[in-house]
Design a protein around this ligand. Sequence first.
Ligand SMILES: NC(=O)c1ccc[n+]([C@@H]2O[C@H](COP(=O)([O-])OP(=O)(O)OC[C@H]3O[C@@H](n4cnc5c(N)ncnc54)[C@H](OP(=O)(O)O)[C@@H]3O)[C@@H](O)[C@H]2O)c1
Length: 214
Amino acid sequence: MRIGILGSGLMGGKLGTLFARAGHDVVFSYARQRAKLEGLARAAGEKARAGTPAEAVKDADAVLLAIHWSRLDDVLHQTGDLSGKVVVSCSLPMSEDDSDLVIAHTSSGAEELAKRIPRAHVVLAFNTVPSEVLFDVFDARAKEPRPSLAYCGDSERAKTAAAELIRDVGFDPVDAGPLKIARYMEPFTLLIAQLAYEGERGPELAYRFEWRKG
Ligand SMILES: NC(=O)c1ccc[n+]([C@@H]2O[C@H](COP(=O)([O-])OP(=O)(O)OC[C@H]3O[C@@H](n4cnc5c(N)ncnc54)[C@H](OP(=O)(O)O)[C@@H]3O)[C@@H](O)[C@H]2O)c1
């Protein structure tokens, strides 16, 4: 797939690198310095390049939204029209100081995003995983058992693309249902973050919640 990265920080920088290593064409965009995007693209190899948000979404089969919630207006302004695009969001609707969710529990960031870009296909994915474990999960992707990663959305096309990307970086995708399940996944992500950053055993513990069939 051709993948546009909107927000090339901890999540976008790492996931974009892994998507490129998995064989996708990646455009890194949206950082404060163009040099950072170019450095990421160089390190990620020949499948990656740096661009503007508008360049990242142009011709993209999927777009990864990995920005702080407070940057949403600015990013959407810079991308232009996202009609028909698959938008995989890992962004959480956090307050400016990251102390709490600004949307809960009768809606979610993912649903509000879908309202903002009604002709795009939004899926929430990768939000529950701390960025620190992504490279280790990718390196261990050939080994069983692979950790599960839940995603939700209303568009089958977006969910198919997200599941492929989730598999490509080393997780087993778990379809958690429609986009409104984000109302539960987003607060759950805060619990995961608390375990990762305030618990005693760190990120390694935080993503090892397992999905057992039956
Ligand atoms: N980090 C995690 O482990 C994690 C896990 C799950 C979900 N999430 C969610 O994923 C989203 C992104 O998190 P993150 O940790 O990747 O954030 P981050 O590291 O702060 O990355 C955000 C990106 O936005 C860019 N940016 C910020 N202000 C900008 C501005 N004024 N102009 C241009 N670019 C600007 C940053 O540029 P610079 O690179 O120049 O700073 C950075 O590339 C958040 O919604 C977060 O809640 C994060």
